[in-house]
Design a binder for this molecule. Sequence first.
Ligand code: LLP
Length: 401
Amino acid sequence: MLDFNTIEQLDKIATPFYYYDMDLFYKTVDHVAELAAQRNLKVHYAVKANAEKRLLEYISSKGFGADCVSGNEVLHAHECGFRPEKIVYAGVGKSDKEIYNALMLGIEAFNCESLQEIFVINEMAHHYGVKASISVRINPDIDAHTHKYVTTGLYENKFGISQHEFDKLIEIIRKSEHIDFFGLHFHIGSQITRVSEVFALECSRVNDIVRYFEDKGLTVRNINLGGGLGVDYDDPDGNPIADFDTWFDTIAGNIVHREDQAVHVEPGRSMVAQCGTLISRVVFVKSGETKNFLIMDAGMNDLIRPALYGAYHKIENLSARMRTFFPTHQAYDIVGPVCESSDVWGAGRLLPLSVRGDLMAIRSAGAYGQVMASRYNMKDIAPAVFSDSLEEATAAVDYFA
Ligand code: LLP
């Protein structure tokens, strides 16, 4: 919860912007590092959730690796301090240029998602006289019980290689002289809330698959279980840090591995969602025929999750919190300025009486927020503002200027 002093400072900055609570961020990262070390798990942060340089530099400084899904993410992670041997690179459609750059950097592993990709990487490694380290992403056909757009481990999804190709895959790995087989990769979905049930099931499928590959003579050195731990969008103040204990305990209790086999996870959202808030301002209040609209200056171009997935983000009126009188509450449809009917932050939200210029907080926006922003309607990109350097965010408010 933001204190009065912080709200006063935020009120001086031009909106919209992403505000990062660095205390919570450091606390979360340190907590994950400690728990992972206790259970001997390797953690690679999924850069796609938030690629802010300051955040990546801290995460890399704590010894985490990086999970990337594009050539630019690989290069950016490297620039932010991740050593090449701690970078893995997944994605179903890696271009030749992306493969070339990652090969030259000498990353820990390409997580290959099709037989043809392995063939191409082997050819390119041959051509450039290097050896490519590869893992294979497997589609384990598991229902992660989450939103259909963020489910990735079912046969109907485009990700990974399915069981019917296992034997062909093993054959190709054996024959490819320019690749070095590192291990198996899985990632079944995101915002998973049935943590013990879903991850125990994942581990049991993974155990069977690892055994299958090893029985056929391949040594699986690395078992990468992907990310997916959910966060509490309803109550970010009640649960500011996701339940890493349950996630890691479920893995430690269910995965079968030898001493020489590393177990690896790739959290993205759970490491950064709660430390980020999209700060916006009410531009107009409008009473429609059947409802009241609060029109904000932040829209789906800044944070697309509600429009794209119908995702819920808690919304608070920060200015109303500063007022001394007891506010009446009213139901609002909170909307953005973009010319799309789906540019809605929340329908029928009960808020204290709100007026033009009020500062609003869209919570739990640290993951898949800034990174998915666009310039649709030629809007400006909302910048990042960090809690420990608020005075540097000098851009003045243009409201009533
Ligand atoms: N590893 C791989 C291979 C992934 O594809 C992902 C996320 C992760 C790890 C990290 O998953 P996380 O711990 O963040 O759940 N834009 C969507 C989420 C898409 C997730 C894509 N893959 C959203 O806003 O909900």
